[in-house]
Write a protein that binds this ligand. Structure first.
Ligand SMILES: [Zn+2]
Length: 417
């Protein structure tokens, strides 16, 4: 049976629309006559957008912040890595699956249907990667998961790091990861970027590098990553995550770099809550914000999106998978609140994230695509952002993953009713 969603509010369209879904795909969008054999669902004029995308999280780390020995006392990125290194061998495959599932549930209930997760391959016997690969398959009907073969402790700083990343790709990871700013010397950082590109070409995979996650303005691996992937023609398949150092770099350098970035189609991910928490730790006052230049990248039409990064792990104690929360922090920290920017802000957690994950062929409310979308408790983009509006329903392949009853206020006071 075909399902017709009526009274649908879509971006940039004044009148309410209808969406017809058949066989899990968008069949028609626009003014559609109700037919007798349609299953009709009234969305009551609420805003409908493609599902939220969380393009950067670590599902193998979630809910470990309070584990014995894992608590980060200084709040720095590097203590986070140290705490994880000392405790990660304790977690069994079953435990990783249990925790990851709990985080996925939170994200999906907040409207996320697409997740890219890094998985640490500098770990005993690939248990984490096996766990997440199994979840990817088990949960594919409710969430699309992309996996990065990620050397948390370095390709070169960790013994056989390169081989472990390559093995992760052979096991089925979708993306090559790296962490150049963590390698022992600049040259090893550069070597890890070269290696990531080499492996991506060899196995035809995407790239997502933890890149320049430091306030050190001399950390400039983003430039090498952009140049190399552009020259190899794989820039569109490449992502630079974090690039915090650009928030500290001098304007003359960034001006020149921006010319290169404008030529390429490389993607950027910023993690606002995580990076404002972790960075600026060596500053007194004034204290840096620690984020990359999201506003400037966006103004230059370079694809940039926001991500959660952590849910209660040695790097960050909070996190709940609610992308609206991430977005709210992001637009404040990055000063992206002109009315035009607010109206387009949802792109930062929807279509820009999907572009980063190279989902162009399946994602978005367009005829022929998978009928995946969410219903937001708001009548406009502005209201959605201003109210940090919740998700009323999430629909995947034309079927409800869930719907929620909007909050109801009990009161006799006229003003409050
Ligand atoms: Zn990360």
């Amino acid at each position: 049976m075909k399902t017709l969603f009526i009274n649908v509010r879509l971006k940039d369209i004044k009148d309410l629309q209808s969406i017809l879904v058949s066989d899990g795909k968008f069949e028609r969008i626009g003014k559609i006559e109700v037919q007798e054999d349609y299953n009709v669902i009234d969305l009551k004029g609420n805003l409908v957008v493609p599902p939220y995308v969380d393009p950067h999280i670590h599902l193998d780390y979630v809910f470990t912040a309070k584990a014995e020995g894992a608590t980060n006392k200084t709040g720095t990125l590097f203590e986070g890595i140290q705490r994880w290194s000392e405790t990660k061998s304790k977690f069994t495959k079953e435990n990783i699956k249990y925790r990851a599932k709990k985080a996925i549930k939170k994200e999906v209930l907040a409207g996320v249907q697409y997740i890219r997760t890094h998985v640490d391959v500098t770990n005993k016997n690939f248990e984490a990667l096996e766990a997440i690969l199994e979840l990817k398959e088990e949960l594919k009907d409710i969430v699309t998961i992309q996996i990065v073969s990620f050397p948390q402790e370095g390709m070169y700083a960790y013994k056989n790091g390169v081989e472990l990343v390559e093995e992760g790709l052979k096991m089925g990871a979708d993306c090559v990861g790296a962490i150049p700013h963590f390698e022992y010397a600049k040259e090893f950082g550069e070597k890890s970027i070269h290696k990531a590109v080499e492996l991506a070409l060899k196995y035809d995979r995407l790239i997502d590098v933890h890149c320049d996650e430091t306030d050190d303005e001399q950390s400039r691996y983003v430039e090498l990553l952009a140049a190399l992937t552009y020259m190899e023609g794989i820039d569109k398949k490449t992502t630079a995550s974090h690039t915090c150092s650009l928030g500290s770099a001098n304007n003359a350098y960034v001006f020149r770099l921006m010319n290169l970035l404008c030529k390429t189609k490389m993607n950027f991910i910023s993690c606002p809550t995580e990076n404002i928490y972790l960075q600026g730790r060596q500053d007194t006052y004034p204290k840096r914000r620690g984020l990359t230049r999201v506003k400037e990248l966006n103004d230059n039409h370079i694809n940039v999106c926001f991500a959660q990064d952590s849910i209660s792990d040695p790097w960050y104690p909070l996190g709940n998978g609610n992308m609206m929360n991430i977005l709210d922090h992001g637009i404040h920290i990055c000063q992206m609140m002109s009315f035009g920017e607010i109206d387009n802000a949802l792109d930062l957690i929807t279509i820009n994230g999907a572009k980063t994950m190279n989902l162009d062929d399946v994602y978005g409310i367009e005829i022929g695509n998978d009928a995946n979308f969410i219903v937001i408790n708001a009548k406009s983009e502005f209201e959605a952002i201003c109210e940090r509006a919740g998700v009323l329903a999430s629909i995947r392949n034309g079927k409800y993953l869930f719907d929620k009853i909007p909050e109801k206020v009990n009161t006799d006071i006229e003003l409050l009713s």
